[in-house]
Design a protein around this ligand. Structure first.
Ligand SMILES: NC(=O)c1ccc[n+]([C@@H]2O[C@H](COP(=O)([O-])OP(=O)(O)OC[C@H]3O[C@@H](n4cnc5c(N)ncnc54)[C@H](OP(=O)(O)O)[C@@H]3O)[C@@H](O)[C@H]2O)c1
Length: 346
């Protein structure tokens, strides 16, 4: 390695996790409005595994060779022209677009997506926050209006609204449970049988094995028969139709992943059947927000990092060295992992 190169883990072809191999990239240089980060921790996301395995939806696959990784934490190494509010040498967490090269020692990101990290947070914890916490925040607050709903039900002397959180032991799920509880919602969470205690410890009010035959009636019972106010669903398959049937009047489902494949069912019929309950169904992709309103995204990124600094969001982090990125992918794809996987760089 020369001084002008930086080590990375990259893919030259798609396939099993062993296609993740070490490589070198030229040191990136920050342009106007950009920040060069000495990236100490790279976080692992589901999208990294989809790209590596060649399973990205049509038209969304980045060109190869590709360095995975869209978020991390490190130290500011240099500032491009016009960047204010950040100092060389300070700790930051960052998020970038696909292709930013997070599985590497140096990344360049736009300053809006680079946020100072409090002394109380480790870089490992900070790296685990941006994608998962922003995904949870955007759905619960910006799209789901859960903060306002909690307040209006409180004002009316009614019980707290309920949030159904699927895959609650995963990276997004763990932070969604903690954030929903913080907002004042009642949380009904689902996960596999071996993870029930872990999710209970996150503060969920009811935790259910998602493979139970009677899951729908158990969820309904957990809302005291009122129905679910908001469901965050990364599963799809047969579960979306079931969620629609479980909604309280004015409730909604936000679909944000396809862990069990494309949704099953006839949604035109299902939605028409739910008209007397005024329910909504929407989809969420955090990059729509990332690409549409950088200033608002940046402000929310600061909010979620503050929630981590004050102990509201406490991701469970498992760290491996960057060279073991393939093992991290295997763990994520096996469904065995709980919380967030990160890679220590260098
Ligand atoms: N739209 C967005 O903006 C956005 C952003 C981030 C992530 N996502 C998506 O959200 C999903 C979760 O991401 P993550 O990072 O939290 O992943 P993760 O940490 O790997 O958690 C996923 C968990 O989902 C559960 N699961 C897997 N297959 C399932 C199935 N068929 N039915 C029910 N549960 C299943 C497994 O836990 P159990 O053992 O409990 O089953 C697994 O550990 C992924 O699909 C990802 O692509 C979307």
């Amino acid at each position: 390695m020369t001084l002008s190169n930086t080590p990375v883990i990259e893919i030259e072809r798609t396939g099993h996790p062993d296609v993740l191999t070490p490589g070198l990239r030229r040191l990136p240089v920050p342009g106007p409005g950009e920040v060069l980060i000495d990236n100490r921790v790279a976080a692992v996301n589901f999208v990294d595994t989809l790209i590596r395995s060649g399973s990205m939806p049509q038209g969304m696959m980045p060109p190869l060779p590709h360095v995975p990784g869209v978020e991390g934490a490190g130290i500011v190494a240099a500032l491009g022209d016009g960047v204010t509010g950040l100092a060389v040498g300070s700790k930051v967490a960052w998020m970038g677009p696909v292709g930013v090269g997070g599985y590497g020692g140096r990344v360049v990101v736009r300053s809006e997506y680079c946020v100072p990290v409090a002394d109380t947070l480790t870089l490992e914890t900070a790296a685990a926050i941006p994608v998962n916490a922003m995904t949870a925040w955007h759905m619960l607050v910006n799209l789901g209006g859960m903060d306002r709903l909690v307040q209006s039900r409180r004002d009316l002397g009614l019980p707290a609204p309920s949030v159904l959180i699927h895959s609650a032991a995963g990276g997004v799920g763990t932070l969604a449970v903690q954030l929903a509880r913080h907002l004042g919602a009642a949380v009904i969470a689902t996960c596999s049988a071996g993870k029930l205690d872990f999710v209970r410890a996150l503060g969920a009010d009811a935790v259910l094995d998602h493979r139970r035959e009677d899951l729908a009636s158990q969820i309904h019972a957990a809302t005291a028969g009122r129905g679910v106010d908001l469901s965050l669903n990364p599963v799809a398959g047969p579960t979306l139709r079931r969620d629609l049937g479980l909604l309280a009047p004015m409730g909604g489902v936000i679909l944000f992943g396809f862990l069990a494949g494309l949704p099953e069912g006839d949604f035109a019929t299902d939605l028409a059947g739910a008209i007397t309950r005024s329910v909504f169904l929407r989809v969420s992709d955090i990059y729509s927000y990332f690409n549409t309103d950088a200033a608002a995204f940046s402000a929310d990124l600061r909010r979620v990092l503050d929630l981590a600094a004050t102990g509201v969001l406490t991701p469970r982090v498992t760290a491996l060295p960057l060279a073991r990125a393939g093992e991290a992918h295997r763990l994520l794809e096996s469904g065995q992992s709980m919380g967030k996987l990160v890679l220590a760089v260098g």
